[in-house]
Design a protein around this ligand. Structure first.
Ligand code: F6P
Length: 547
């Protein structure tokens, strides 16, 4: 059904009126007025606890946001996604990453394809292959067990497996070292190859399309490097592929028996649950990989069945939408207070910005409000000593998602206490700030004279009233990590429905790819100055001169 422009909807207009009042609210006052605020504005599911009380919202805001979600058809679109309808309307595809983590027996059949059977047939193959590599039964061509795995992929074929392998490093096999090569920059491949031995290395060429320029070049380089030191038949023990494109894999020279398929209804940035997760299953074993899928499925069930008012992804999406639309927040910071979630902000950048970085609706009309904020971040406490200055005292309001585990996976208890103290202190500081009067009182107490107090007060004042969410889990495990990723996937989905964009295509990446091909030819061959502007020509000329 065609959606009316967002700003013309009754709920959006009600929110805009409400927002005019909310602009003057101080969260300090909201907390003071309601001792139950934390209890009322927090929610728990699938091993994740979300505290969203430190946002500039009240009960009415949440009611209005839930009405907007209903008016935009979030529940119906969610059900359509789970049922396998072709909601990716510019590519005419279903969107079924949720089916990749559904337990065996879910009986989903879409357009005659038995999704349940196909998914579990591939998972069975992933299990037997990863069991064989991990146990040492799968040997390299000289009879030695595999010690190193090099995943060659980019975007969704890299970020997910890499982030998850890092996050679950405590669960990884002691013999297997994981490497990830994504960049066409030869330094990336060079660094990986310098660490591995061709006799004991398994290469995974991971590409949904098997046409992505960077991955193809990296895969060819790895193949040549390998064949420089091993005979051709050895390829079958050292190269496997994960893709939807069987023909291209055969052409590349990988045995189809070593191919792990997936399907066009799995978006690249939603593919870690498919055979693209092969490095994860190799690293942590199929049992923990299954727990990872099960954690995501538990969150899926919550998303599918909980009323919007108690639905974690919906709340995260709605509060984020409020901050973007009505408080004007241009970006969102992801701050995992867990070093093993180091790559999580990078993972979310693709998930969110490739999904909702759109400017037209599903029908091609311009969206009449700003859409996806920029997503960025870094682990706490490191970020505190870099860019938190801007978050506390800069001119933009930047909402923050704090993410932490209550229990660590190490034994340095005092470190964990310090880490959590910092995490909670930051969210308190962002909310409360420090008023000029409080600063003055402090400075006077330190014995500064009156003029010095007045000179320093503006610099030491914190406006506060800056929104944040805190997501807690008991521990970072395969299951809670699965749930955490699914939480953000569905948050992204809900926001996409509110803006009425297609969250599942990514046409914006195409133009640069086409131009890069042309310029690559010019760097190695004849320049075509008539095709470019003076800046691009100047840069090409400099690079040609340097060769
Ligand atoms: O160019 C963007 C993109 O298509 C992403 O959406 C995708 O995750 C990545 O490239 C890699 O694509 P593939 O898995 O087909 O190599």
């Amino acid at each position: 059904m065609r959606q009316p422009p967002l700003t013309t909807t009754a709920s959006f207009q009600a929110l805009a009126t409400h927002a005019a009042d909310a602009r003057d609210w101080l969260m300090r006052d909201l907390f003071a007025a309601d001792p139950q605020r934390f209890e009322r504005l927090s929610v728990e599911a699938a091993g994740l606890f979300l505290d969203y009380s430190k946002n500039r919202v009240d009960g009415r805001t949440l009611e209005l946001l839930a009405s907007l979600a209903r008016e935009r058809g979030v529940e119906a679109r969610r059900d359509a996604m789970f049922a396998g309808e072709r909601i990716n309307n510019t590519e005419n595809r279903a969107v079924l990453h949720t089916a990749l983590r559904a337990p065996r027996g879910s009986k989903l059949v879409v357009d005659g394809q038995d999704i349940d059977a196909d998914v579990h047939a591939v998972l069975d193959r992933v299990k037997s292959f990863t069991d064989a590599v991990r146990s040492g039964e799968w040997l390299g061509h000289t009879g030695k067990p595999i010690t190193d795995v090099v995943n060659i992929g980019i975007g969704g074929s890299d970020l997910g497996p890499k982030m998850v392998c890092l996050a679950l490093r405590h669960y990884t096999h002691p013999r297997l070292r994981m490497h990830f090569v994504s960049n066409v920059d030869g330094h990336d491949m060079d660094a990986a190859l310098a660490q591995v031995n061709p006799e004991t290395t398994l290469f995974i060429v991971a590409s949904k399309t098997f046409t992505t320029a960077e991955t193809m070049m990296n895969a060819q380089t790895a193949r040549s490097w390998f064949l420089g030191q091993a005979p051709e038949p050895a390829l079958a023990r050292h190269f496997v592929a994960v893709s939807t494109n069987t023909e291209a894999i055969k052409t590349f020279g990988i045995d189809p028996a070593n191919m792990f398929p997936f399907w066009d209804w799995v978006g690249g940035r939603y593919s870690v649950w498919s055979a693209i997760g092969l490095p994860v299953a190799l690293a942590v074993g199929f049992g923990y990989f299954s727990d990872f899928l099960a954690g995501a499925h538990e969150l899926d069930e919550h998303f599918r069945t909980a009323p919007l008012e108690q639905n974690l992804p919906a709340i995260l999406a709605l509060v984020g939408f409020w901050n973007r639309q009505f408080l004007g927040a241009p970006s969102v910071t992801i701050a995992p207070y867990h070093q093993d979630l180091n790559r999580f902000p990078a993972y979310l950048q693709q998930l969110d910005m490739e999904s909702n970085g759109k400017r037209v609706t599903r029908d091609g009309a311009p969206v009449d409000t700003p859409t996806c904020p920029a997503i960025w971040g870094e682990c706490g406490t490191n970020g505190q000593h870099a860019y938190f200055q801007l978050l506390h005292q800069g001119t933009d309001v930047t909402p923050i998602d704090f993410i932490a585990a209550l229990r660590p996976a190490h034994e340095f208890g005092n470190h964990h206490t310090a880490l959590l103290a910092n995490c909670f202190a930051q969210s308190e500081a962002f909310m409360k700030g420090k008023t000029a009067d409080e600063v003055r009182a402090d400075l006077q107490q330190q014995g500064l004279d009156a003029s010095e107090v007045e000179r320093l007060t503006p610099h030491k004042t914190f406006p506060g009233n800056r929104p944040s969410n805190t997501i807690l889990m008991e521990r970072l495990t395969p299951s809670t990590l699965g749930a955490l990723i699914a939480l953000y996937e569905h948050k992204t989905f809900v926001q996409g429905v509110l803006w009425d964009v297609n969250s599942f295509d990514q046409w914006g990446v195409e133009l640069g790819k086409v131009l890069a091909k042309k310029i690559e030819a010019e760097l190695g061959g004849e320049a075509q100055p008539a095709q470019h502007d003076s800046s691009t020509n100047g840069l090409i000329a400099r690079a040609r001169a340097a060769v």
